[in-house]
Each structure stands twice: as C-alpha cells, then as structure tokens.
Ligand binder design. Sequence first.
Ligand SMILES: NC(=O)c1ccc[n+]([C@@H]2O[C@H](COP(=O)([O-])OP(=O)(O)OC[C@H]3O[C@@H](n4cnc5c(N)ncnc54)[C@H](OP(=O)(O)O)[C@@H]3O)[C@@H](O)[C@H]2O)c1
Length: 244
Amino acid sequence: MNVLVIGATSAIAKAVSRLYAGRGERLFLIARDKQRLKEMAEDLTVRGADSVSTSTLDLLQHDQHSKAIETAVSFLGSIDVALVCHGVLPDQERSEEDFAAAAEALDVNGLSVISLVTELATTMKQQGNGKIAVITSVAGDRGRQPNFVYGAAKAMVSTYLQGLRGKLLSHGVEVIDIRPGLVDSPMTAHLDKSVLFSSPETVASKIVKSIDRNRHTVYAPGYWRFIMLIVGSIPEVIFKRLKF
Ligand SMILES: NC(=O)c1ccc[n+]([C@@H]2O[C@H](COP(=O)([O-])OP(=O)(O)OC[C@H]3O[C@@H](n4cnc5c(N)ncnc54)[C@H](OP(=O)(O)O)[C@@H]3O)[C@@H](O)[C@H]2O)c1
C-alpha cells in the first residue's frame, strides 16, 4: 500500500507510520523539520517499510500544497491512504485577546487542513480510489471555555469532511474523521496527566484499524464517543457555567 503521512513528525503520526512500516508499506512523509524527517525515514526503513521518501514543508504555505501532493504521487505512483496529522494547541487566553494569534491557530488546525484535503480529493477522484484520513479532535464536538479556538478549527474540519464524504462516495474515495481524546504527546506536555490520557501507540492502532475498515467517524480510544455524548447532552444553561 502507498501511504502519505502529512505532519509526519507528530507523535501520533510517528506511531501510525511505524505500524505501516511493520506491514511493509511504501511511505511518503511531509513535515517541516528536515532532520527529524531523515531520522524517521531511517527508523521506518529498519522497521520494514518497502521504501520511504520525505519532503519538507511548513504547512501554513497553502500555495505549496498542490506541489507537495504532486511530489508524493511521483514517488508513490498513487496514494492509497493519506493521513493528515499536523496541528497546534494554541494558548486560548492569548487567542481571545489577539486575533492574529487566533487566526494562525485557525489556519494551522483548520484552513491548512482543508487546503490539503482539497488537493487530496482532486488526486483521489482522478485515481478513482483512495482514503483520506484526518485527525481532528473531540474538542470539535462542543465549544469549551479552555480551548474553543482550537475546537472551532477542528469542528470546521469535521463538518467539511462530513460533506466531502458524501461527494466522494461515487468516486470510490473514503473520508475518515479521527477524533482522539487526550493523548500524551508533545502537544499536551504542559498538561497534568490523568487516567483519561492515552499513548500515541494506542491511538495509532485504532487509526490504522479504522482506515482498514473504512470507518467514517472514529473516536480514539472508543470510550470518548460516550464521554462526548454526555458532554453534548449537558443543557447549555448549565454548560455555559462550566470551566472545564
Ligand atoms: N495530543 C492530544 O491530546 C490530541 C488530542 C486530539 C487531537 N490531537 C490532534 O492530533 C494531531 C497530532 O498531534 P500530536 O498529539 O501527535 O502532537 P504533536 O506531536 O505535537 O504533533 C503536532 C505536529 O504538527 C506539526 N505542525 C504544527 N504546525 C505545523 C506547520 N505549520 N507545518 C508543518 N507541521 C506543523 C508539528 O511539527 P513540529 O514538530 O515541527 O512542530 C508536529 O509534528 C494534531 O492534529 C492534534 O490536533 C491531539
């Protein structure tokens, strides 16, 4: 299988890539840190990947997305699976006071993802097959006081994917929305850890299985579906007073 991983140096992406390497897949990795990409390619080759190539890109450069996907296609031949993993957890307080900070967070977590998905959809429609998997978040399910800028971007992507999924159905292209809960990764290094945190490896295993099985909306781990069902059912009159 030919797998494109975007935001490949993320902890979750790295764990997913190792699972694909273990299965002998061919991988193309895109991220902004050249040295870490090089180390990752070497690691994945040792772990059994058929072949690995990389490309360096700051994903906020939307005008480079088309070229980046073209480069991936020229290495892979065709893209069976594309996984979009990049993101940042912005400083919520700062984003509320400084729109430039909010706009950048909305761009990296929202617009840049939609730009890449647009390019991937065009490529896979031409192929007549493929799977686009995107890591969103449970934070997109309901706007909460501590992280609603991040949550708004993730909700935008989830809604976009939901509509696109129907559009691509007749083209043989699957669209998979992966919503992790709390994951112990560099993104959450500053947070106190609770039992609700999962490892990147646990989430990666769920991601790979869900892509294999063409699931559409995936909570990772699965119990987050029930947690978010409860969070979603709290009446707004109470919810607006909750600080969590
Ligand atoms: N950790 C969680 O609790 C959690 C929960 C739900 C969803 N998620 C989502 O899971 C995905 C992976 O996150 P993670 O937990 O694995 O965190 P992570 O290890 O911090 O990964 C985030 C990745 O995004 C990359 N990135 C950020 N801005 C970029 C840009 N402008 N151009 C290129 N790459 C950029 C980072 O690259 P650098 O390393 O070069 O900065 C890093 O590789 C993200 O979409 C995140 O929102 C995470």
